[in-house]
Design a protein around this ligand. Structure first.
Ligand code: UN1
Length: 511
């Protein structure tokens, strides 16, 4: 068998695409199915980024078994030692940031300055979590009985399954892997089929830093063939998914069957509220970035702009003028503002919603079309699209689109805006533009969302704060920050009785 050692492709199209294998127990291995799939550049579908394994249950079983074996040793490595390896891996990521970011743009399309941000988000997470190797605090507390000591510590869970998305192909795997590993867990990761290369790059940094074999395993392929057996595997203790609500519902139900811990990070329909007193220039810049950054393909994307009537027309005129000026193209070109949709299916979904919006009677002020001429001929490019006079109940104001389509809704005042903002099934991110501190704090209190920004757009969460949402955005867990350990550890309560006699809690009540 020819060796296909993993190495970065540094963003260059090659004539013969490289074959990538699964990474199981420290070895690069072919899938049991003998099948593969292509990872295609969405900006130019003639460019095949790599050939990846189309794995099945057997491969998942092998990976879980390796992770289980590795867990027996890894959990006993002192957390500060584990953290040193993570620190080293992060330094390697820093060295390779440019190459990995170029690979990422090539495999999923977002512009290079954003993929640099994605890699940086993984770096930030690595350094932050490495510090936790010497913290991960438990607590001590008095016992109700004399000569008895009480404390609790965090313990790892075991093998964790991770199903990661294509929109943040390195940052989101890092949110999951870093805290899981620091806490002493091992992992099997299934990357989105659109972005396996970024996960390979990420894991290469980990293994080059000395993460022992079997601690992190990658199995590539499709949801039904890899995700399902991973979710159902009896030796997997927890599943962390970032993905669609549709998949979240399936994964959540499957995890419930075996009482697996399950973290779901799903959809959003994130509102930005612009009040009459806002700094309009700031709000416009924020709207453009929030709605069309990452081609609108963020869970945190600004997909509704709720604008107070006094500035409604002015804001829209300017927004449309600016949206029309955005340069759409291959994200490797530094001057491009917005890349393609990640794949054909996503582009078709975007176009479908554009048609739905028009049918519902919303006013399309710009965009609405696919770009497929000239430099756009071989990619999944779309115009940035702005809908105005949208009714809060319309489907384009209720459902997650995940594309460069924003719905603008007029409102009377802050209360009305909050009512509209909260009137959806999701609650991930939210933003308010105002100069009035009183109204800002009311909105912070009343917006049903896991994240609220004042005078900043809905995107741009930092890694040391909790990330996650309310309502149907998820199931209550948070990634990022210290809260990540609430998912990746179990509390153990410990009592040490040094009285040398039987003491009965709740029954012996010392004077
Ligand atoms: C996502 O969209 O799934 O806050 C993650 C942000 C990024 C992370 C987004 N730091 O927009």
């Amino acid at each position: 068998m020819a060796s296909t050692e993993h190495a970065t492709t540094t963003g260059k199209a090659s004539t013969k695409p490289k074959v990538y294998r699964n990474f199981i127990d420290g070895e690069w291995v072919e899938a049991s199915t003998g099948e593969t799939f292509e990872n295609v550049n969405p900006a130019d579908t003639r460019d095949i980024v790599g050939i990846f394994q189309k794995s099945g249950k057997k491969d998942v079983d092998a990976a879980v078994e390796a992770a289980k074996r590795a867990y027996a040793k890894w959990r006993l490595v002192p957390a500060p030692r584990r953290a040193e390896i993570i620190y080293k891996a992060t330094a390697i990521l820093e060295q390779r940031k440019e190459a990995y970011s170029q690979d990422m743009t090539r495999e999923m399309g977002k512009v290079i300055k954003e993929t640099r941000g994605d890699t940086q988000e993984a770096i930030d997470t690595g350094y932050y979590m490495a510090g936790e190797g010497r913290r991960m605090f438990g607590h001590t507390t008095p016992s109700e009985l004399p000569n008895k000591f009480a404390m609790c510590v965090r313990q790892p869970l075991g093998v964790c399954g991770m199903i990661t998305p294509w929109n943040f192909p390195m940052a989101i795997p890092s949110w999951k892997l870093f805290p899981a590993l620091i806490a002493g867990n091992t992992a099997v990761i299934k990357p989105a089929q659109d972005t396996p290369l970024s996960v390979f790059n990420f894991v290469s940094a980990l293994t080059d830093a000395g993460v022992p074999k079997g601690v992190v395993n990658i199995v590539t392929g499709f949801g039904s063939m890899v995700g399902t057996p991973l979710t159902e595997h009896p030796d997997v203790r927890a599943i962390s998914l970032t993905g669609s609500s549709e998949v979240g519902r399936i994964v959540g139900a499957a995890c419930a069957q075996s009482f697996k811990r399950c973290s779901l990070e799903l959809g959003g329909k994130n509102p930005m509220i612009v009040l009459d007193d806002a700094n309009l220039e700031l709000a416009l810049e924020g709207a453009l970035w929030g709605a069309f950054g990452t081609t609108g393909q963020r869970c945190t994307a600004t997909s509704r702009i709720i604008i107070q009537k006094g500035v409604y027309r002015k804001f829209l005129d300017e927004l449309v003028a600016r949206a029309k000026k955005l340069k759409i193209g291959n994200g490797l070109d530094e001057s491009v503002d917005m890349g393609p949709a990640v794949n054909k299916k996503q582009m078709e979904t975007d176009l479908e919603y554009i048609a739905i919006g028009q049918k519902e009677g919303a006013k399309m002020l710009c965009g609405g079309h696919r770009l497929d001429k000239g430099e756009h001929a071989h990619g999944w490019f779309l115009e940035p699209t702005v809908f105005a006079d949208v009714d809060a109940k319309m489907r384009i104001a209720q459902e997650e689109i995940f594309g460069p389509v924003v719905s603008c809704i007029p409102c009377n005042d802050l209360d009305h805006a909050v009512e509209i903002a909260n009137g959806v099934a999701y609650g991930l991110s939210s933003a308010l533009y105002t100069k009035d501190v009183n109204r800002a704090f009311k909105a912070i209190r009343d917006l049903e969302a896991g994240i609220t920004y004042i005078n900043a757009p809905t995107i741009g969460a930092e890694v040391h704060l909790p990330f996650g949402g309310v309502k149907q955005t998820g199931n209550g867990h948070r990634e990022g920050g210290i809260g990540a350990f609430d998912f990746y550890t179990e509390w153990k309560a410990i009592y040490v009785d040094y009285s040398d006699r039987l003491q009965k809690a709740q029954i012996d009540r010392p004077e």
